[in-house]
Design a protein around this ligand. Structure first.
Ligand code: ADP
Ligand code: MG
Length: 696
């Protein structure tokens, strides 16, 4: 490509990479392997980390025991075999103060990567091994032999994702060479309004991209990342804000007045004081209910944090206003449990609770449906049976949905049609970090019960090696002999040849030999629903001593007499899942135990975090930190966008700002008719998905 001197070019960012300086057909193929097809792709191919040379040490100053970063040239290198068959790559590196031996045990292939004369940044511990030896955990090649090391002047080195045949150094050089041209292709008009960018405290787009590729400092690079992260989160929040707008504003709701005659009675009748968190959350719900907008709120709180009580207050408020309320649960057992809890809490308040599940006989069913249709049922509790066409409420004002994620998409849609203008309160016993709540439930308003009612006994949690199993089983027997019950949980249903895990089925057979005199039952995911139901009911009724199970008991049943939760291969479970399992015990007045059996030390760190706290939010945060948020939500949330730049651990505050900005814009201009740039960018970003998202 030739071009007249001094003629500024404004490269089209859509053009193929071949048109970039230093890219021929071969390079273009290699770039394609990295997913880089266009100039824009290259511009957005940002470093995955940085090396900061401002914290370098001089080689002469290295001492065994230090964690060191040095820059030096390779003066000699080679692979050494050891007696134990391990091959070690070694290189001697020099800077202007001296020499140091660097050693990479088990990485002989580095002999093909690192050449004599290379200028490297190396980072790792300094050991004492026939003198000082650096054992680099990381290294970056800054320049080859004879190559001018422009970086020797700079201090921050971007390290790019690379591929075979194209080193990160080559990627860096290629981008450095083209960056100024590419940046001229970035539209001067940022999609995000300058005021918004300022409120978020991030730089404008072109500056942000430049900062990521050519940072003046690590802070500079991080600010660049935050700008791109903000944009990413902002557009997702626009989608959320639009669905929220449709759910709350376009379908005006009921302005429930504050009458207080039932609510006050319940206050007086309760044998306990509400926690601070319950009071706060009730105020949030109360404000939603008083407004003419529909409430669309999620109530998050650990098992036992007192959600049902909160929901009951909200339902009474609807009743006082002459409306009905519905409480929907994912299983029959849970619906029955809720109905019982409500009746207990209501005491002798004049409020009818009608249960509607598939277990009712034909006549009872007809009666229940009639009570609901005639308005005689103030509160209806049920499964998805409640949303069948045949069930018509007289005057539904509030729908409470427990564990909504366990309902299917169709059921969720039916649900939102069920009470045309009814307020909706969704409850979830799966605490998730705030950033996840903002990301996944950005269309909802979220209330959090982060305080436990007083007087609950902590569950004693113990980590034991697999070899302690006989002792642990003796303990289970002892508990059963005292009249208590136990859960024994295994990760898989059937023995797999590859993974040596005990399966619940096989273990059940073995345990029957260990406990010939105890009443054992087995429950797992592959069982038909009514069979599961039967086993669960028997355990709940105390007809079974030990329930051998896979994780199907994860969310659900409340059996106060169960005091032992024994989890085998605990390392196979996520922390949040373990937390749900542990929540099955400690529900009565007796001391309860959660025992985690593990083999091998890998998981110990994670499990120790778990054993140390019962705070579901803390556990969820640790889980997210350790496993990433994708895993945390698993397949359940697949289909939701993942972020490229945003870091849900670091960017909570930015996420909150993005939600606020998106809601502000959508509030005034729901279809973005007056926000052309945002609308166009939104379509470019999500396209078809934006429309799908709107349906779900
Ligand atoms: P969740 O629905 O969040 O699992 P529940 O509402 O069922 O929790 O409450 C769990 C238990 O704690 C119930 O027995 C309930 O009566 C009791 N409870 C709820 N709130 C309080 C409180 N503020 N003080 C004492 N006990 C409470
Ligand atoms: Mg309302």
């Amino acid at each position: 490509m030739s071009r007249a001197p001094d003629t500024p070019t404004y490269p089209d960012l859509e053009k193929p990479v071949q048109f970039l300086k230093g890219v021929g057909p071969k390079r273009a193929d290699l770039l394609k392997k990295l997913g880089l097809l266009t100039a824009r792709d290259v511009l957005y191919h940002v470093p995955h980390r940085y090396e900061d040379a401002s914290t370098l040490q001089k080689i002469a100053s290295l001492e065994p025991g230090m964690e060191a970063s040095v820059v030096g040239r390779v003066v000699s290198k080679g692979v050494l075999p050891t007696r134990r068959g391990l091959r070690i790559f070694q290189a001697v590196v020099r800077d202007d103060t001296g020499l140091v031996e660097c050693s990479w045990p088990g990485q002989p292939y580095l002999d093909r990567v690192i050449a004599k004369g290379d200028l490297l940044i190396l980072r790792g511990p300094v050991k004492f091994f026939h003198g000082r030896q650096l054992q680099p955990r990381e290294f970056v090649t800054l320049a080859r032999e004879g190559e001018a090391a422009e970086e020797e002047g700079g201090t921050i080195f971007p390290v790019y994702p690379a591929t075979e045949g194209l080193t990160h150094r080559q990627v860096r050089n290629l981008i450095a060479e083209n960056l100024d041209d590419l940046l001229r292709g970035v539209p001067a008009e940022d999609v995000l309004e300058p005021e918004m960018i300022e409120r978020a405290g991030v730089p404008p787009l072109a500056r942000a991209i430049e900062a990521m590729h050519r940072p003046q400092s690590l802070v500079d690079a991080e600010n660049g990342r935050r700008r791109l992260a903000f944009e990413e989160m902002f557009f997702l929040q626009i989608l959320h804000a639009q669905s929220r707008h449709r759910a709350t504003v376009e379908r005006p709701g009921i302005a429930f007045e504050r009458k207080d005659f039932l609510v006050r009675k319940l206050f007086k009748a309760l044998p306990f004081e509400l926690t601070g968190a319950q009071t706060r959350v009730l105020r949030e719900i109360g404000a939603d209910m008083a407004s003419t907008r529909r409430m669309n709120r999620m109530l998050q709180g650990d098992v036992g944090s007192g959600k049902t009580v909160v929901a009951l207050f909200a339902m009474l408020r609807a009743l006082e206003n002459g409306y009905q309320a519905a409480l929907m649960a994912p299983t029959e057992i849970l619906a029955e449990q809720h109905a019982r809890t409500l009746l207990k809490l209501l005491g002798d308040l004049p409020v009818g609770v009608t249960l509607l599940t598939g277990r009712l006989g034909a006549r009872q069913w007809r009666e229940a449906v009639y009570r609901i249709a005639s308005g005689g049922a103030g509160i209806a509790v049920g499964t998805h049976a409640l949303i069948q066409d045949a069930v018509q409420f007289d005057r539904l004002g509030l729908v409470v949905v427990d564990e909504q994620h366990r309902f299917g998409v169709k059921q969720r849609m039916a649900l939102s049609d069920m009470g045309k203008d009814a307020d909706v309160l969704v409850m979830s016993a799966t605490p998730i970090p705030r950033s996840l709540a903002l990301t996944f439930y950005g269309d909802l308003d979220v209330s959090v019960l982060d305080e436990r009612p007083p007087g609950r006994q902590p569950v004693r949690t113990a980590l034991r090696d697999q070899s302690a199993l006989p002792k642990v089983l003796a303990f289970v027997r002892e508990q059963v002999q005292r009249g208590r019950q136990a859960y024994l949980v295994y990760p898989l249903v059937e023995e797999s040849e590859k993974v040596e895990l005990k399966s619940a089925t096989e273990e059940y057979e073995r345990l029957r030999e260990v406990f010939p005199d105890l009443r054992l039952a087995l429950i797992h995911g592959q069982m038909p629903g009514d069979e599961k139901d039967r086993v669960m009911r028997a355990f709940s009724a105390g007809e079974t001593d030990v329930l051998v199970s896979t994780t199907v008991i994860e969310v659900g049943i409340d059996v106060p007499n169960a005091t032992v939760m024994l989890i085998e291969h605990a390392e196979r479970f996520g922390l949040s899942q373990l937390h749900q399992l542990r929540g099955r015990v400690g529900r009565g007045s007796d001391e309860s135990y959660c025992i985690l059996l593990t083999s091998g030390p890998e998981a110990a760190e994670r499990l120790r975090i778990f054993a140390a706290t019962e705070d579901g939010f803390k556990i969820a945060e640790a889980d997210m930190r350790l496993r990433g948020y994708g895993d945390l939500f698993g397949a359940r949330q697949s289909g939701l966008p993942t972020f490229r730049f945003a870091d849900l651990e670091k960017d909570v505050e930015l996420l909150r700002i993005a939600q606020g900005e998106a809601r502000r814009i959508v509030e005034l201009d729901p279809d973005l008719a007056r926000h052309d740039r945002i609308r166009t960018a939104l379509e470019a970003r999500f396209g078809e998905r934006a429309r799908l998202f709107h349906v779900g």
